[in-house]
Write a protein that binds this ligand. Structure first.
Ligand SMILES: [Zn+2]
Length: 378
């Protein structure tokens, strides 16, 4: 999340303009610095020529890879010692931000745990480093267990810090930076942007500035076709850095720092509320349904004997399949498969135990010619 402070000030003080800034003197790039959420570079696995020839399919596959299956319980844990220790008052803000995201009515769940090794989302804090950033969506699973997946680099207890907490959780949910939306129509004064970010407090290299600001997301990475300048995923930019839209030549771009209507809409669309008790799936009795893109099937499995089972989807569609075991009332991830962009069906072979409960989730990424898909276990 963006933060602005006067150059030369020793302690970081996030300054978001908006209503309050209107009371202060107008800022200019020459007068103030900006602190930006800096994501590390990511590589997106290339898709086959056959997939790329269908832009809708390619887009569905790429967007889906940065999202969790709905219903996933994301366990989060704060570093309690060492370089990344999160002070209690900072942790309180982050907990409240998780609650705010949950309150928009999404089917994802957030659960705090005390052991970093039990957490998909490991949260650190370091004013010394001064960086705020997060892995995006399931990329958090690629971060070594000893490292934070999400880091905060400045005080979160201010109104502006609350926005930072919401922004980084947006990344955890799979959201990208809004100003890199290729449909935004933003043209930059590139030299001014490089110069602004090269200076204090960010001191970014040209490649960091390019990667985090100037570089456009691919159309496949972008959800929706319109720019949402009010998004929590939008940075604040001072007048003079953006050449088009023209109004930002002379006025700051100042997102309100809260969850916008479009933020809520897209996240509820991706993670709609789920039924409390999923339907039961019986062995050897496939469920056959038509599923639209982005829709998800959720079934409860209660095995009648303890043995290896094969859980699989069938159909000419791109699907993601995942198995969870219910442990103390919480579904815990067991295994997953993803046949998106591949000429095969998703399948999981795993030993299931009599007397235990499992949940299987099947997400339709792209429906193919009919959208009909079957889910079975045997
Ligand atoms: Zn960010």
């Amino acid at each position: 999340m963006l933060r602005a402070r006067a150059k030369g000030s020793k302690s970081p003080s996030y300054k978001r303009p908006g209503k309050r800034a209107a009371k202060t003197a107008p800022r200019s790039p020459a007068k103030s610095g900006m602190r930006l959420c800096a994501l590390p570079p990511r590589t997106i696995a290339p898709l086959s020529a056959a997939v790329m020839s269908d832009p809708i399919r390619a887009s569905a596959i790429v967007i889906s890879k940065s999202k969790w299956l709905n219903g996933t319980v994301l366990h989060y844990c704060f570093f309690k010692s060492g370089h990344w220790r999160v002070p209690k008052r900072q942790a309180r803000v982050i907990r409240a931000a998780f609650a705010k995201w949950k309150a928009i009515g999404i089917g994802l769940q957030f659960k705090e745990v005390g052991d970093l090794r039990e957490a998909e989302v490991r949260i650190g804090y370091s004013v010394m480093d001064g960086d705020s950033q997060s892995a995006v969506g399931p990329d958090v699973l690629t971060v070594p267990l000893t490292k934070p997946t999400t880091v905060y680099g400045w005080d979160l207890t201010t109104e502006e810090g609350h926005s930072t907490a919401l922004h980084e959780i947006g990344h955890v949910l799979g959201m990208e930076h809004e100003h890199q939306n290729p449909f935004a129509g933003i043209k930059w004064h590139e030299d001014a942007v490089y110069k602004s970010l090269m200076g204090k407090p960010n001191q970014w290299t040209r490649s960091e500035t390019f990667h985090n600001i100037l570089e456009k997301l691919s159309p496949e990475q972008t959800q929706g076709s319109k720019w949402d300048p009010a998004s929590i995923m939008e940075y604040e930019f001072e007048a003079g850095l953006i050449a088009e839209p023209k109004r930002y030549e002379t006025q700051d771009l100042t997102p309100p720092g809260t969850l916008s209507a479009a933020d809520r809409k897209w996240m509820r669309k991706w993670y709609p509320p789920l039924k409390k008790s999923p339907d039961r799936l019986h062995a050897h009795r496939p469920a056959v349904v038509e599923l639209a893109a982005g829709k998800q099937l959720n079934f409860l499995i209660e095995p009648v004997s303890s043995r290896k089972y094969r859980i699989e989807s069938n159909g000419a569609s791109d699907t993601k399949l995942a198995l969870f075991e219910v442990i103390e009332g919480t579904p815990r991830y067991v295994a997953a498969d993803d046949d998106s962009g591949k000429e095969r069906n998703a399948a999981i072979v795993h030993k299931l135990f009599k007397g235990r409960q499992y949940i299987v989730r099947l997400r339709m990424v792209h429906p193919g010619p009919t959208g009909e898909v079957s889910l079975s276990y045997a």
